[in-house]
Design a protein around this ligand. Structure first.
Ligand SMILES: [Fe+2]
Length: 214
């Protein structure tokens, strides 16, 4: 089954789909490109205050609408958990992990402000997750260009799987990320490719520069 393991298509709960209309468009767009299942990884970070309930409610809303419109995409509610001090300890204390494919958990590091990790040591958290029976999947490591490649590889050595974003190679996140992504692809570091689809603009870029369908 073709699965998108990283997307923000649930309506109105993070910086992804703004409303149900955009959510339906993004879901249809995934179907158009052959996806049969979407792991709906809404942000779990200090900005959005999502919980398993907000994600499940939004997922049910979209699922009902897809069914009503005859759009055949299986939705799995989950989250993209950011390793920042204001969020991650709360997630662990409250048991907010929503695994997919049995035990997979999508995690991310801060994109621009590594100091927000505070006392969190990513490799340690990865090991703790594995000890607890989870398989951490690190979202878009090619985007953490403030890190040395050795520090990135250490997270793989700690047991994380790596997920590349669609569009990274083609420049959606800029030249530095594109170069980093190419290096990592040639080293065979990626286990997953996810769309990280947020809105109409992402779909448009992918059409123009990844699928070349326009
Ligand atoms: Fe994401």
């Amino acid at each position: 089954m073709k699965t998108d393991c990283h997307c923000h298509i649930l309506p109105g709960i993070d910086d992804g789909a703004a409303n149900l209309e955009e959510a339906v468009f993004l879901a249809s767009w995934l179907v158009k490109h052959g996806y049969q299942r979407a792991i709906c990884t809404s942000h779990c970070s200090f900005l959005y205050h999502n919980t398993p309930k907000t994600v499940t409610d939004a997922c049910n809303l979209l699922r009902d609408e897809l069914e009503r419109q005859g759009i055949n995409l299986e939705l799995v509610p989950s989250m993209e958990y950011r390793f920042i001090e204001s969020t991650w300890p709360t997630v662990r204390q409250n048991n907010w992990l929503m695994p997919w494919e049995g035990n997979h958990i999508l995690i991310e590091l801060p994109l621009h402000n590594p100091e927000r990790m505070g006392s969190i040591v990513p490799a340690d958290e990865i090991r703790y997750l594995i000890e607890d029976g989870f398989q951490p999947v690190l979202a878009h490591p090619e985007r953490y260009t403030y890190m040395e490649m050795n520090a990135i590889r250490a997270l793989k050595d700690a047991g994380a799987q790596f997920q590349r974003n669609l569009g990274s190679l083609e420049g959606w996140y800029g030249d530095d990320v594109s170069i980093r992504a190419s290096e990592m692809v040639s080293e065979g570091l990626f286990d997953w490719v996810g769309t990280d689809l947020h809105n109409y603009r992402y779909a448009d870029f992918f059409e123009n520069h990844v699928f070349n369908t326009k």
